[in-house]
Structures are given as C-alpha cells and as structure tokens.
Design a protein around this ligand. Structure first.
Ligand code: 2HA
Ligand code: ZN
Length: 276
C-alpha cells in the first residue's frame, strides 16, 4: 500500500494540520510521533527505503527495540506538513538495543527526526508498558494559554491540576489523573526527556514551563482532544485571572546562558541583567 494513503499517515497529517490551525505551531514549533502497529509495518514494508546508517537516539529505550515510528522532522514547519509530508516527516526504525534509529522513509530533502526525539521515545516506552501497548501517540505543542499560566501559577502538579479542573466540568472527566509540571529546562535532550518520562508514569499530560505541553494517548483523536481540552481550560483560566501581572517565576538570566550554550547562539549580556 502507498505509504501516503495509509490511515495512520492520513490521521497523523490531519492532526498536525489541525494543531497548526489552532495556532500552536509557530515556525518549527512542536512535534508529533506515532508508534506503528505490527500490521501497519507489514503493510508498508515493501515501500520502505533501503536502511540508512544507524544514528544515536541520544538515550536508551530498550522497551521499544525494533519498533517503527512516524515522526515530524527537526526544523520542519507544521504548516508545511499537509503540503509536502515526504519532506517534513520520517518513518524511523529502532535497533535491537533501543539506542539507535535509522530512517526508512521521508525527509527526502534531508534532515533529522524531531529535536525532541529522546522525550518522545522515552514517553512512548513508559506508556507502552503502563497501558499494555495501547498508547501510540505523543504530541508536543506550544499551547499559548498553558504557557501564559506557567508565569503566574506555582509550578506544582497540585495547583495546575486543581485550577484547570475548576475551569470546566468536563476537565476532571477528560484528565482525571491530573497534569504534571516541569520547571524551566533546556529543551531537546536527555535530561528533560528523563524528567518528562518520569511524570508520564503518573500523568497523560506534562506541562513544560514557559514552553508548552506534551500529551500521550491511544490514537490521534484522543491525544489531540486531550491537549485541546487542557489548552481550552487554560484559556478559560487566563480569562478568569485576566491577568495577574506579577510573575512568580520566569526564564532567568542563567537559564538564558545555559540555553545559549546548549543551542550555540550568542545572547548579548546587556540583555541578561538582574531585574529588581
Ligand atoms: O522546535 O518544539 O521543543 C520544536 C520544538 C522543540
Ligand atoms: Zn517545543
């Protein structure tokens, strides 16, 4: 079967485009991954490319050895996925140890899987085990209202869960386990992946302070719906608070310096002064 015509590919592309139209994917923001079912791998196997070289994942996920994932590409824009999925997406295969991946389809103009691959795969590993193989989708989006709230609410699972639950009756029904919160960290590596995966043992929703949100779910509808519901409740809360101007926490000058190191950019010290 043509890879672009499979149900999982079409569901993935629709979800990405829906997220773009919600305003959660400015520039190359956000990323999405789907763990293929064994019959889906067999369906497309004749059309996979000859394997490229093994590349390090940047962490170990032995629980996902040999599995295939459809993932967004690093630096690719969600708004272009529907226009040219073969440029923006990749199908990757993991090795028997779960430490390397290789590209089997997509990224036809070159590139690499999402910069958040360690977090995606570590979340998949946790959820595969805890849900008896049911969860297959991990979604990261730059959700405006959740990000705004991370400046004015204490960064605690208890406070975020309770305040979001209170905004709409459906909330405790849709995310009864609550939400986890990670304080500001440099994105894109193993450290933030470890922290996020640890919280995914308890929650299906993890908020990254001053950055966005990760959700895990069984399929595209449930995962998109979960993230959409949490972001909608955050929008209501922002309107209710309208808006407490005193920040309780923010991205600090030292955080910016760490980020500059991690991402190889120069941030002039003149902007990194201590505020009163
Ligand atoms: O640029 O969202 O977290 C993709 C991201 C990194
Ligand atoms: Zn992000």
């Amino acid at each position: 079967m043509k890879i672009l015509e499979t149900r999982f590919m079409q569901g993935f592309i629709k979800m990405a485009d829906d997220g773009y139209h919600q305003g959660w994917h400015e520039r190359n923001g956000g990323n999405l991954s789907y763990r293929l079912k064994p019959d889906e791998v067999e369906l497309i196997r004749p059309r996979l490319n000859a394997p490229g070289d093994w590349q390090p994942i940047g962490t170990e996920v032995p629980g996902l050895a040999g599995e295939f994932f459809l993932v967004t590409g690093s630096g690719k824009y969600f708004r272009n996925i529907i226009v040219d999925p073969e440029v923006c997406l990749a199908i990757i295969e993991l090795d028997d140890a779960g430490v390397n991946y290789r590209i089997r389809w997509g990224l036809v103009e070159g590139g690499r899987p999402t910069s958040e691959l360690p977090t995606h795969l570590m979340n998949h590993e946790v959820k595969k085990k805890l849900t008896n193989d049911r969860h297959r989708v991990i979604y990261h989006a730059h959700t405006t209202n959740i990000i705004a709230l991370t400046f004015v609410l204490p960064l605690s699972d208890k406070v975020f869960t309770r305040e979001l639950w209170e905004t709409a009756t459906e909330c405790p029904v849709v995310f009864p386990d609550g939400v986890g919160v990670v304080g500001w960290m440099v994105p894109g590596g193993r450290e933030i992946a470890l922290k996020t995966a640890e919280l995914m043992e308890k929650y299906d929703v993890v908020i990254w302070a001053h950055h966005g949100m990760f959700c895990s779910g069984e399929d595209f509808d449930l995962t998109f719906g979960l993230l959409h519901t949490v972001e909608k409740s955050a929008e209501i809360l922002v309107k209710i608070l309208s808006m407490n101007p005193r920040k309780l926490q923010t991205i600090t000058p030292d955080n910016f310096r760490d980020l500059a190191k991690g991402f190889n950019v120069t941030l002039p010290e003149e902007f990194l002064y201590e505020k009163p």
